[in-house]
Design a protein. Structure first.
Length: 87
């Protein structure tokens, strides 16, 4: 079901929608078009084995037991190749 409301934006890719009703407090959500590339991960110096670029996004995930170190994942900022590093 749609309410029929439409808003045309001048900044394509990202816009904010405000939701409110008399039963819930006002909430604001950010809508990002799937074609807009938004990377919020930190960057590190790491060489990509796919393209040789030397900058990558990184994040850590606890993939093994809690008493073992986390696994660090990298994503090349140029080609998007993802690899992991065990510590």
């Amino acid at each position: 079901m749609r309410c029929g409301y439409e808003k045309h934006v001048t900044n394509p890719g990202a816009y904010r929608i405000t939701l409110s009703s008399r039963h819930t407090p006002e909430k604001s959500i950010l809508v990002i078009d799937k074609e807009v590339k938004v990377e919020v991960l930190p960057k590190a110096k790491a060489e990509c084995s796919n393209c040789g670029h030397t900058e990558a996004y990184y994040w850590e995930v606890q993939t093994r037991a809690g008493d073992e170190p986390a696994t660090r994942f990298f994503k090349c900022t140029k080609c998007g190749h993802v690899w992991r590093e065990y510590q």
